[in-house]
Each structure stands twice: as C-alpha cells, then as structure tokens.
Design a protein around this ligand. Structure first.
Ligand code: COA
Length: 351
C-alpha cells in the first residue's frame, strides 16, 4: 500500500452571539476589567443563550468544516467529539451530533481529555487514517462550560467562554498531516480542576445540590504552575520529534487559557510574537473548542496558508496536556460548495 497521510481539508467554527464583557462581570462579582486583562488577557467571552446545546453548536461548526472540504454527511467514516460539557452524561453527545448531521450509521464517539481534548482527537483521527481503516473523519471540539461555572465564583467564571470548532481529516498521498505529537496526563493533579459531584464518587443528592458541588472548582495557581511547567516542554518535544526547529513553525496556535501561559510556552522555544495566534481577548477559554476556533480565525485573518507548518499545544483538567506539529497539504484545492446532487438529495429529504 502506498504511504498514507492525513490532511486537514476543512475547518469551521460556531461562536454564540451573546457577548459578556469584563464590565458585565464587574456588575456580578468583585472583580475588575483591569485585573482580568492583566492576569489573563481576556476582555470578553461568548456565552450561549438559554436552550442552546453542545450538540447544536457542534453541528453548526461541523457543517462549515464539511462545506469547506466539499463533503456530504454520508462521506464521513467517523466522528470524534472532544468535550467536557456534553448534552447529557449518557447518551454520548457524539451520537446526537451524528444523527443531527444526517451521517447515517457513521461511528461516533466522545473523547474527554479536558481542554487538551481536541489535540487528542486530532491525533486519534490520524491513527485511523494512517492504518487504512478510514479515509474521512470529522473531529469536533465543543464546549458550553458556562453551564458548569459558578457565576458567583470569581476564580473561575471570568475565565471561560462557549463555542465549537471542527476539522475534517482526510487520507492523502501528499506528505502532510500530524508530523509529531506528545500526549500526557498526570491524574495526581485531578483536584486542581474538578467538578466534584454528579459522577460515581459523589452522585447527585440534595446535599450536593445544596453545597453547589455541580460546578467547576479550580486551584488557579496550581493549574498555572503545571501549565507553565509542561507546555513549553511539550511544544519543544513535538518540534524536535518532527525533526524541525522553531524556525520551521509558521504559526503557533495554542490553547487559549491565559495570555501569560501562552507567552511562557512560546518563550520556552523562542517563538516570536508574530508567529503566535492569540484570540483569548475575545473568547476567553473555550476549552476543547479553543484550538479549532483559533485555527479558523487564523485562516480567516490570512495567517494560515497551504503547506504551512502549525504547532498546537494544550493543557487542561485531568491534568492533561497535548502538543502536535501539523503540516497542511499544499495541493489541496479550494472545494466548491456541495453541488446539485447534494442540493437535490437534501431537497428530496425535506420533501
Ligand atoms: N478578580 C479579582 N481578583 C481576583 C479574581 C478576579 N476574577 N480571581 C482571583 N482574584 C484574586 C485572588 O483572590 C487573590 O487575592 P488574594 O491575594 O487576596 O488571595 C489575587 O487575586 C491573586 O490570585 P492568584 O490566584 O495568585 O492570581 P494569579 O495571578 O495566579 O491569576 C488565574 C489567577 C486564575 C488567572 C491564574 O492562576 C490562571 O490563569 N491559572 C490557570 C487557570 C486555567 O488556565 N484554567 C483552565 C485550565 S484549561
């Protein structure tokens, strides 16, 4: 069999319309715009409206990515959804998304690796493609963390935002795709970012509800120390494993959790600011959605080109971390919108 590669052929995003600024938060809790900007780099975040679900925002992002790749739902071989904020604990949200997309009988699973989930998903998708098992995979990172945040806790509520991002990975004969990756976990730090109740350790009870234990608890300082310790090293390792140097990275697209953490990782490998993509000021931390949303925005801003080498790095609850060096295919042609066949099929379905 000829050597196979896995190219990223489409991407898409969905961010809710509603924006909550730091000034809005000043009215809710004891905080200030200045504190939030200085310590995190966040100015505003998008928050879903009542009734919007993780499956809905995932489908919106997925449709955009599929349109860019020129795919119909039945062209998909697998759907991987990275999220820590699914519609339900059971069933998996990946199956809701499969159904809503109309990807009949396509395999779908949900992957939980905190904010590092999207990079874990991307690397997993690549393995299915390299093995020859599948040709076309949809990878989604989607979160509605706002539903799990205690809006009276200034340690957490200022940090997070909602959104979804998606990419399509497809088999290719052109050398490209994930050139190297690092996946890591250290569960000894679990208590630093945790939603205590609702699982098997502390099932839902009147007491867990009264004590508000179904919301995120975070030891920010410990998470910060962990992230600055791990991220730079993971990025350096991934670049080295790819046989590259920092000079070869066209754009660094990190998980957008804290501008200071991003700077520290970039400094560790000597990446100058013009090769770092940052949009945390407008979205806050959208967890597993942050890298695919940032990829879309970087592309919209003309900062991603065919043949570019990108570096992704993320960390999150677990504690987990992940880094990947990804080369985009050069020969990828912009795909036309789905043609008359797809339009006819959708018209027939409606009828
Ligand atoms: N507004 C104003 N003051 C705040 C505040 C807020 N929103 N949140 C915390 N503070 C206060 C603290 O109470 C503390 O006050 P004290 O000194 O009187 O106790 C002070 O600010 C400093 O807190 P500290 O935790 O040392 O600040 P920090 O510089 O570490 O920044 C974080 C706090 C949360 C921004 C930072 O630790 C961080 O980003 N950690 C990583 C979190 C993360 O990325 N989580 C998601 C993982 S995917």
């Amino acid at each position: 069999m000829a050597q196979r590669y896995a190219d990223i052929t489409g991407w898409g995003k969905y961010v809710p319309e509603r924006v909550i600024t730091n000034a809005d938060l000043e009215k809710l809790i004891d905080t200030s715009d200045e504190w939030i900007i200085q310590r995190t780099g966040i100015r505003e975040r998008h928050i879903v409206s009542e009734g919007q679900t993780t499956s809905q925002i995932s489908v919106a992002a997925a449709r955009e990515a599929m349109e860019m790749a020129g795919l119909r739902p039945r062209d998909l071989d697998l759907i991987i959804v990275a999220t820590s904020s699914p519609d339900y604990l059971t069933p998996p949200v990946s199956a809701q998304i499969q159904d809503m997309l109309g990807a009949k009988d396509v395999g779908a699973f949900t992957l939980v690796a905190g904010c590092a989930g999207f990079v874990y998903g991307l690397v997993t998708a690549q393995q299915f493609i390299l093995s020859g098992a599948y040709d076309t995979i949809l990878v989604i990172g989607a979160e509605i963390i706002s539903r799990f945040v205690d809006w009276t806790d200034r340690n957490t509520c200022v940090l997070f935002g909602d959104g979804a991002g998606a990419v399509i990975m497809q088999a290719s004969d052109e050398p490209c795709g994930v050139l190297s990756f690092v996946l890591g976990a250290d569960g000894s730090g679990a208590q630093h970012l945790i939603m205590p109740a609702g699982g098997t350790v502390m099932p839902t009870s009147q007491e867990t509800l009264d004590r508000n234990l179904h919301t995120l608890r975070m030891n920010g300082r410990e998470v910060f120390k962990f992230a600055t310790r791990k991220l730079g090293k993971a990025l350096e390792q991934a670049i080295r494993q790819a046989g590259l140097t920092t000079e070869d990275i066209d754009l660094f697209i990190p998980h957008q959790a804290n501008a200071r953490i991003i700077e520290s990782a970039a400094r560790h490998v000597g990446l100058p600011s013009e090769r770092i993509f940052v949009n945390i000021d407008r979205y806050g931390n959208t967890s597993a959605a942050s890298i695919p949303i940032a990829l879309c925005e970087a592309a919209e801003a003309g900062r991603v080109h065919p043949g570019d080498t990108l570096a992704f790095v993320a960390f999150g609850a677990g504690l987990t971390w992940a880094a990947a060096v990804v080369k985009l295919g050069k020969h990828r042609k912009p795909h036309p919108k789905p043609g008359w066949r797809a339009r006819l099929a959708s018209w027939l379905r409606r009828g």
